[in-house]
Write a protein that binds this ligand. Structure first.
Ligand code: HPA
Length: 280
C-alpha cells in the first residue's frame, strides 16, 4: 500500500499549506472535496486560481480518468472557498493517510467546514438516477480507518471520535432546501463506502440494503471520519449516477457512471453556489 504514516499528516499538510501560501495568500473558510460530476463549481468560482498537486511537495501522484489533481481557490458569494479536485482513492492503492491528506491540508489552511461530494450507486428502491442523496449517516464497509495508529497529540488528544452525528444537521437542511429551489429530487440517506474498484454484486447490494444503506460509493466515509477527528463541520452529498448492481437490467460500466455524472455538472455547480451562500 503506497503511503506514509498517519502521524506524519500534520507535518506534511503544514508544508503543503505553507507552499500554497507562498504561491498566493488564501484564507478559505469552506472546503469542497469534489467527486465525479461536481467539478463545475471550480470553474464557477470568482478569481479562481488552480494549483496542480504536482507543483506541491508531499502530494502523492493522482491518476484516475475523470479525476484531476488540483487545489482550486476562489470566492463565491463573498466567501473564500478551497476546492479539492482529485481524491486519493483507496482503490488506487493509496493508504488511508493519503486519502485524508487533502482534508488535513484544508484544515491547515483554516477551513473548518467541509462539504464532501461523490457519485454513488442508488440502493434505496425509491431513488432514481439523477437524484441527490444528502448524507445523514454512513456505514464504513472498508474495514479501514484513518485513525488507526494515530498517536494522541496536544492539539487532538482523542482518537476515540464520537460518530453519533457526523453530518451537520443545519447544512443538511440547507442542501435540502436549495435542492428544492432548483427542483432537484433529494433524499436524506445513509452512504456506505466500499473499497472498490470492482462494482458490487447484486447479492452485495441486497446485503447493503439489509444493513440500512441507501447508496454505495468508493470514497467519503474515510474523509468524514478524519474531518470529525479534526472537529470540522462535515456535510456530504451523493450524485446518484446509477442504480446498484442487479436493481435494473444490464451491467455497470465506469464510462456510463462518468457520463451520467457529468451530465448535470452545470446544475450541481449552481446548487453548490447556493449552498456556499448559506453555509458558515
Ligand atoms: N458502486 C460503487 N461506487 C459507485 C457506484 C456504484 O454503483 N456508482 C458510482 N460510484
Amino acid at each position: 500500500m503506497a503511503g506514509f504514516n498517519v502521524n506524519e499528516l500534520p507535518q506534511r499538510a503544514k508544508k503543503i499549506a505553507s507552499e500554497i501560501g507562498k504561491k498566493m495568500p488564501v484564507k478559505p473558510c469552506i472546503g469542497l472535496i469534489l467527486g465525479s460530476g461536481w467539478g463545475g463549481i471550480a470553474a464557477a468560482l470568482k478569481s479562481a486560481v488552480s494549483i496542480p498537486y504536482s507543483e506541491l511537495p508531499e502530494m502523492p501522484a493522482c491518476g484516475v480518468a475523470g479525476h484531476a489533481g488540483n487545489f482550486v481557490f476562489g470566492s463565491a458569494e463573498n466567501k473564500q472557498v478551497a476546492v479539492v479536485q482529485g481524491r486519493f482513492h483507496l482503490y488506487e492503492g493509496h493508504s488511508e493517510a493519503s486519502a485524508v491528506l487533502p482534508v488535513r491540508v484544508l484544515y491547515e489552511l483554516g477551513v473548518r467546514t467541509v462539504i464532501l461530494t461523490n457519485a454513488a450507486g442508488g440502493i434505496n428502491p425509491n431513488y432514481s438516477v439523477g437524484d441527490l442523496m444528502i448524507l445523514n449517516d454512513h456505514i464504513n464497509f472498508t474495514c479501514r480507518n484513518p485513525l488507526i495508529g494515530l498517536k494522541p497529540t496536544a492539539e487532538f488528544p482523542d482518537r476515540f471520535v464520537d460518530m453519533t452525528a457526523v453530518y451537520d444537521r443545519t447544512v443538511q437542511n440547507i442542501i435540502r432546501e436549495e435542492c428544492g429551489k432548483l427542483n432537484i429530487p433529494a433524499h436524506f440517506g445513509t452512504y456506505l463506502q466500499v473499497l472498490g474498484p470492482s462494482y458490487e454484486t447484486p447479492a452485495e447490494i441486497r446485503a447493503f440494503r439489509a444493513l440500512g444503506a441507501d447508496a454505495v460509493g468508493m470514497s467519503t466515509v474515510i474523509e468524514a471520519i478524519y474531518a470529525r477527528y479534526l472537529n470540522m463541520k462535515v456535510a456530504g452529498v451523493s450524485n446518484i449516477t446509477n442504480m446498484g448492481a442487479g436493481l435494473v437490467a444490464g451491467g455497470l460500466a465506469h464510462a456510463d457512471v462518468l457520463r451520467e455524472s457529468h451530465r448535470r455538472e452545470p446544475l450541481l455547480a449552481r446548487l453548490m453556489l447556493q449552498i456556499i451562500a448559506r453555509t458558515e
